[in-house]
Design a protein around this ligand. Structure first.
Ligand SMILES: [Zn+2]
Length: 68
């Protein structure tokens, strides 16, 4: 299953400034991505370990695109 990196609100994969969407929450085991503009609308409470793990995995996947 490929990752859906689109923002939950506007369905973009990159914000107006070109910054990629990031994982901001994990809901029912699904990574929730958001662009810079909508990050606060979806963000999980700070310090959620699931979110930290999802962000780590996302970054690892970007760094090694062939290793899914
Ligand atoms: Zn958005």
């Amino acid at each position: 299953m490929s990752r859906d990196r689109r923002c939950r609100t506007c369905r973009t994969t990159a914000g107006p400034d070109g910054a990629p969407t990031v994982v901001v929450a994990v809901v029912d085991g699904q990574d929730v991505y958001a662009c810079g503009a909508h990050r606060s609308a979806h963000a999980a409470p700070a310090g959620d370990p699931l979110v930290a793990l999802a962000q780590y995995q996302d970054m690892a996947a970007r760094r090694h695109p062939t290793r899914r």
